[in-house]
Unconditional design. Structure first.
Length: 232
């Protein structure tokens, strides 16, 4: 299943001018960072390491201008952002789901700077309120130097779980994880802690829980408690 996708149109390597445009944008970002924010961050993380280090400060400044809703002066980093796509090559980046896990597909037909700029300009297309939530996430993504997988998603989203259900609707996932009955909307702190303790007890091998799965279950249960307590 397709979770997020965007297209970057860019000059071909042999072109005398350097131009950028955007194509298809499927970037769900609620609750932030959402699948769209994670995909934008992943594209930045993958390509920032290969961008000339002299350009990194201007990429960061560009993100801060977008966060402030400032007018972005063109050209930036030797590329001009435009609407017209005629004569440009394109790259497509997408995030898909496979059995409640997330996979990334990066189709890079340009250079690293074009991909990083394209992700930032795609962010600029979003509402200002969302941008202000996502810019710190994008700045964090630029510091990542590991593989793009579950650990990256957890790092970027600020969570200890990376399943699709937890990212799509953290509150519903947390309620289900702690065993609240269907229809529960907003439990109080006492109920949350009672369900948390009962869930940990059930998951623990000393009380009949599966020893192989116990560690992962307890991480999920603890994260579910955090989600619900922060929502109070």
């Amino acid at each position: 299943m397709l979770l997020a996708e965007f297209e970057i149109f860019h000059s071909r390597p042999i072109a005398p001018t350097r131009r950028l445009a955007l194509g298809r944008l499927l970037l769900p970002v609620e609750p932030a960072p959402g699948f769209g924010g994670i995909l934008l961050g992943a594209v930045l993380a993958v390509h920032a390491a290969d961008v000339d280090e002299d350009f990194i400060p201007d990429l960061q400044r560009l993100l801060l201008e977008i966060e402030r809703d400032s007018r972005v002066v063109q050209p930036r980093l030797r590329h001009r952002f435009q609407v017209d796509r005629h004569g440009l090559a394109y790259s497509t980046h997408r995030m898909t789901s496979v059995n409640d896990s997330i996979e990334f597909e990066f189709q890079n037909n340009g250079n690293a700077l074009q991909q990083a700029l394209g992700a930032i300009y795609a962010l600029e297309r979003l509402d200002i309120g969302i941008r202000q939530q996502l810019v710190p996430v994008m700045l964090r993504a630029m510091k990542w130097r590991g593989p793009i997988g579950p650990s990256f998603i957890e790092y970027l989203a600020g969570t200890k779980v990376s399943s699709i259900s937890a990212l799509a609707d953290p509150r519903a996932w947390a309620l289900e994880t702690l065993g609240f009955p269907g229809g529960t909307v907003k439990p109080g702190k006492r109920d949350i802690m009672a369900h948390y303790r009962a869930s940990v007890r059930r998951a623990h091998p000393d009380h009949g829980g599966n020893e192989t799965d116990a560690s992962k279950l307890i991480i999920d249960i603890t994260e579910a408690r955090r989600v619900l307590l922060e929502a109070l």
